[in-house]
Write a protein that binds this ligand. Structure first.
Ligand SMILES: [Zn+2]
Length: 327
């Protein structure tokens, strides 16, 4: 059973299902990017021993999302799996249908979706690492995911260290991520950790975050309501590329004063890039903003040096306890 939230008035470019029933179909995905090793190895471990994923009211399913990429320890084989869940990809046939990640997205959609349908899984956790200094970043497309926002708040209260919330959705734009297959989901983006490397601190932190998220679902399933809350989020404004030549060659790099400053204020006039010539490039906006994914290794090919975000506090409606199933 899925109903549609209708807070406020006016048209909305997208709507997000809210959960009014117990969640019993939950998956934990790792290796969506095959060289982000915390998720790859947590999921491989849980496939051998899933006892950590059991709760009183449900058992989450571990799933290695991109096994071929994980085997090669590369982000993807043919194209980014986490950009492959478009309607076009999920229905592609012929040449495009032969791409490994397109086929894999279709398989995942069959197993855990279909995307947008009543049969879709209730919740997916998607485990990622970043080379950026993002701490334990919690990722969703929109604050309209009421269930996910309450889970984020719960995780912030019950785990150590900062857990900034990064909202990547743009109204009117199709959500092409793996998370979009399920009714609700949460991305975990832990860093800094080099791709192809395991760090014990990051590994155990990710494990604790997943456990906390599962605890939250279990509490909800057992009849807990959660009151309205105000929560700080970072909403994407736009990506920014490195300085490049007309031919696309890099002309500079992240300014040393900006490196590792994810989610810290960037004021007008602050340096952002240093050209190889030594010249500095400064932020010319007129408002303080916050950057995320600063110097993420996988984004050089995407033409992204960092994402600009705006920090705001949003009010989240209460999360009512689930409606008891009919006997
Ligand atoms: Zn990733």
């Amino acid at each position: 059973m899925v109903d549609r939230l209708s807070p406020g008035t006016g048209s909305r470019m997208y709507s997000t299902p809210s959960i009014r029933h117990e969640l019993d179909r939950v998956a934990v995905m790792g290796g969506t990017h095959g060289n982000e090793l915390s998720g790859v190895h947590l999921v491989k471990y849980w496939l051998q021993d899933p006892s950590e994923l059991q709760r009183e009211t449900f058992t989450a399913i571990p799933f290695l999302a991109n096994p071929d990429a994980a085997k090669r320890c590369t982000r993807y084989v043919s194209q980014d799996l986490n950009r492959s869940f478009t309607k076009a990809s999920l229905t592609a046939k012929g040449t495009q249908g032969d791409l490994y990640e397109v086929r894999r997205a279709q398989e995942i959609n069959q197993l855990f979706g279909p995307k947008g349908s009543a049969d879709a899984f209730d919740f997916i956790f998607d485990l990622h690492n970043t080379t950026s200094n993002m701490a334990a970043c919690l990722i969703s497309d929109s604050e309209e995911n009421v269930f996910t926002m309450h889970m984020c708040h719960y995780i912030q209260k019950h785990t150590r260290g900062p857990c900034p919330i990064f909202l990547y959705g743009c109204p009117g734009q199709e959500n092409n991520s793996l998370l979009s297959v399920a009714k609700n989901g949460l991305g975990l983006e832990l860093g800094p950790q080099p791709h192809g490397v395991l760090r014990a601190d990051v590994f155990s932190h990710m494990r604790a975050l997943v456990a906390c998220g599962l605890d939250f679902i279990d509490l909800f399933n057992q009849g807990t309501s959660f009151p309205t809350l105000d929560i700080v989020v970072y909403k994407v404004i736009e990506p920014v590329d490195f300085p490049r030549s007309p031919g696309g060659e890099l002309l500079g790099l992240i300014h040393p004063q900006l490196q590792d400053k994810d989610f810290l204020p960037l004021k007008p006039g602050d340096p952002i890039f240093q050209l190889f010539s030594g010249e500095e490039i400064f932020y010319e906006g007129d408002a303080t903003i916050y950057l995320a994914f600063i110097n993420e290794a996988a984004y050089y090919e995407k033409g992204v040096a960092f994402y600009k975000t705006k920090k705001c506090t949003v009010s989240i409606p209460p999360l009512e306890a689930p409606v008891a199933s009919a006997p």
